[in-house]
Design a protein around this ligand. Structure first.
Ligand code: NAD
Length: 289
């Protein structure tokens, strides 16, 4: 690394809090080195109220771009000069570039989900998907699926603080993607969840259920929902195989875990930052196996 960094090296960064656990610096620096790109990537702990100062620093220090994690995604979106279509609809960014002081924000979580499906031979175009969740990951997935031509999206959420956000997401999708039918339901109505999954091609859990301390739980309690031909996916990546995926797999469904989504959202961000393709197979073997 020290031999690589010169007075010309461009700096990219991760902004969020906490960031110390992030695997992004290792993955991006490895990829820059492999491809001979003169960039370095570091993580900065930036609290939400520090975002305006961070934006000033990005412009002053000519930081080339970077990524954004919780809790800064919404404040960063508000500070951008321009937003990608998905970032504008969602109102959050996880990737940005600095083009001579002009900042453009993107959100690649949804692209990561859709490309992870593709990596497993599944195309969202023309499909019906049922998604549980209304938070950051769920919203990005719902919007990207609509932008990429999903026929129908059924959204389920418990009646917590995220429920209104699911209604707003559905409205935004109806406005931006009129060809996609979207409906919102209460996750407590398990009979309706079963019915919607039974008429879906793809099911996605984009809630925190399945992750510790809820790793002994699944959003799908009636296993008759798992019909032949259904693809069952989870955004939770720790554990790699959630209770949902285990039960769906036992019922004969194709299952797709959240680790790939994590990798593919990074691949999409890398392309935005560098214009180049990340060495996916090497990155997968080194950081995601
Ligand atoms: P968030 O806090 O924005 O949203 C949480 C969601 O979980 C909401 O829809 C909420 O209603 C739901 N929820 C909470 N408790 C629940 C319960 N008891 N029953 C049913 N639903 C419940 O979180 P987020 O940032 O969207 O993250 C959600 C999950 O996605 C986390 O496990 C996170 O690690 C994972 N994630 C994965 C990736 C990836 O690339 N694979 C990316 C982002 C997030």
């Amino acid at each position: 690394m020290e031999a690589r960094i010169t007075g010309h090296t461009g700096l990219l960064c991760l902004l969020g809090s906490p960031v110390g656990h992030s695997g992004s610096p290792a993955m991006y620096n490895y990829s820059y080195e492999r491809l001979g790109i003169d960039y370095a990537y570091v993580a900065f702990d930036v609290k939400e109220d520090q975002v305006p100062a961070a934006i000033d620093a990005i412009r002053t220090l000519n930081i080339r771009g970077g990524n954004v994690t919780m809790p800064d995604k919404i404040a960063m979106a508000k500070a951008m000069d321009e937003l990608s279509p998905a970032a504008r609809i969602i109102g959050a960014v996880n990737t940005f570039v600095n083009d001579n002081g002009r900042l453009k924000g993107y959100i690649t979580d949804g692209e990561g989900y859709v490309n992870n499906l593709k990596d497993h031979g599944v195309d969202i175009k023309g499909k019906k998907i049922t998604v549980c969740g209304g938070g950051g990951a769920a919203t990005a997935i719902q919007v990207q699926c609509a932008l990429d031509g999903a026929r129908e999206i059924s959204i389920f959420n418990i009646r917590d603080k995220f429920f209104d956000r699911t209604l707003a997401t559905a409205e935004a999708i109806r406005r931006e993607c009129p060809g996609c039918t979207v409906n919102v339901f209460d996750l407590d109505d398990q009979a309706l969840l079963t019915k919607e999954i039974q008429s879906s091609d793809i099911f996605c859990n984009a809630t925190i259920v399945g992750m510790k301390p809820m790793d002994d739980q699944s959003v799908v309690r009636d296993l008759s929902a798992f019909h032949k031909g259904l693809v069952v996916s989870d955004v939770v990546y720790n554990p790699g195989e959630t209770k949902l995926l285990r039960e769906a797999g036992e019922a004969g469904c194709q299952t797709i875990g959240g680790k790939g989504m994590l990798m593919w959202q990074g691949v999409a961000a890398f392309k935005i930052h560098t214009g180049m393709d990340m060495p996916v197979e090497e990155v997968r073997a080194r950081f995601y196996s």
